[in-house]
Design a protein around this ligand. Structure first.
Ligand code: E4P
Length: 217
């Protein structure tokens, strides 16, 4: 399963990229606002840090303006992936862009039928939001299972990008189901490395090593 980080914080992206874990980055208008930086500038910087797809989202609601925005965004770098909303205008934009060979991530997906539409429109990625789905009393991971089943039934190439990931169990379940990608905030990715027995083991080794009175350096 590929790991994308869901942030516009370039310091976090650089730090995680150094671990070799990062296969791409996702941003959205809220994350750009949180960064306090200029959208095009921050996307360009991220594209220079990570080789994989960097999702940059259009903000227009109509197809024509989405295409104009996408034109500007895709000129930033070859690894820019245009993020469009799961609306009829977004799907039209998806079809037009993927026909031209541009990567497209269809976002704000909350149903398996929506995911089916995105695949039929040629999306490179579909982003079902599991955390927001859970928050509203639905089962986010069941949605991922349904989309996996449907895509496999028909051999769609669209990659399932599990989004709105809130905790390590979302990551574990995504991998069990066979999602292609998951995108999570930096803190959740770091949490994956944590285990109480790892910390306890390190404490024990450090205490015993101190007894030897030796140093390596
Ligand atoms: C995905 O691409 C979105 O940016 C993101 O995962 C949304 O997550 P949130 O529900 O935590 O805002």
């Amino acid at each position: 399963m590929k790991f994308f980080v869901d942030t516009a914080d370039t310091a976090d992206i650089r730090d995680l990229a150094a671990t070799g874990l990062l296969d791409g980055v996702t941003t959205n208008p809220s994350l750009i606002a949180k960064s306090g930086r200029k959208f095009l500038e921050v996307v360009e910087e991220i594209c220079g840090i990570v080789d994989g797809p960097v999702s940059a989202e259009v903000v227009a609601l109509d197809h024509e303006t989405m295409m104009k925005e996408a034109e500007i965004l895709r000129k930033i770098a070859d690894n820019v992936c245009i993020k469009v909303p799961l609306t009829i205008d977004g799907l039209k934009t998806c079809k037009a862009l993927t026909d031209e060979g541009t990567l497209v991530n269809v976002t704000l997906c909350f149903s398996a039928n929506q995911a089916l539409l995105a695949a039929k429109a040629g999306a490179s990625f579909i982003s079902p939001f599991v955390g927001r789905h859970d928050d509203n009393g639905f089962d986010g991971m069941a949605l991922i299972g349904d989309i996996r089943l449907i895509y496999d039934n028909y051999g769609f190439d669209t990659e399932i990008l599990v989004a709105s990931v809130r905790h390590p169990i979302h990551v574990l379940e995504s991998a069990r189901i066979g999602a292609d990608v998951m995108t999570a905030p930096p803190a959740v990715i770091r949490m994956l490395s944590k285990h109480v027995l790892t910390d306890k083991g390190l404490e024990g080794f450090a205490a015993d090593w101190a007894k030897t009175g030796q140093t390596i350096l």
